[in-house]
Design a protein around this ligand. Structure first.
Ligand code: SF4
Ligand code: SF4
Length: 118
């Protein structure tokens, strides 16, 4: 019988960002993150544990990702204070957002960041 693979193995390896979302959501703990021979983290599925539920591929941000180009895109810019920015890789934006969430005490807040030109 030919059963369609629903796990993240359907994703082309070069598209994986190593975000670990698939590994975190797997109810069977069937996914481990391992470094490949180029030094990138990549999920490995244990077929002895996988039930082919498809949760990992549903949550993967690289599967089914679409981006609608717009002639008039909204554009936002920000910059953290020097103290934060000097130890950050992208202007300190995430530090500012996470500090805001912790100050609010809202553990259920989510960040939805759309990165252009990743
Ligand atoms: S298909 Fe389901 S059980 Fe298999 S690796 Fe993905 S989340 Fe885990
Ligand atoms: S969720 Fe997708 S992009 Fe993230 S580690 Fe898993 S396969 Fe890679």
């Amino acid at each position: 019988m030919n059963i369609k693979n629903k796990s993240i193995e359907i994703l082309e390896k070069q598209k994986c960002t190593g975000c670990e979302a698939c590994c975190q959501i797997c109810p069977e703990n069937a996914i481990t993150m391992e470094y490949n021979n180029e030094g990138f983290l990549y999920p490995i599925v244990d077929h002895n544990k996988c039930t082919n539920c498809g949760l990992c591929s549903k949550i993967c941000p690289e599967i089914g990702f679409t981006f609608d180009n717009s002639k008039n895109p909204k554009c936002y810019a920000m910059e953290a204070i020097d103290e934060i920015r000097k130890v950050s890789s992208s202007g300190g934006m995430f530090t500012i957002l996470s500090n805001y969430v912790f100050e609010k005490g809202d553990m259920y807040a989510e960040f939805h960041l759309t990165m252009l030109g990743k």
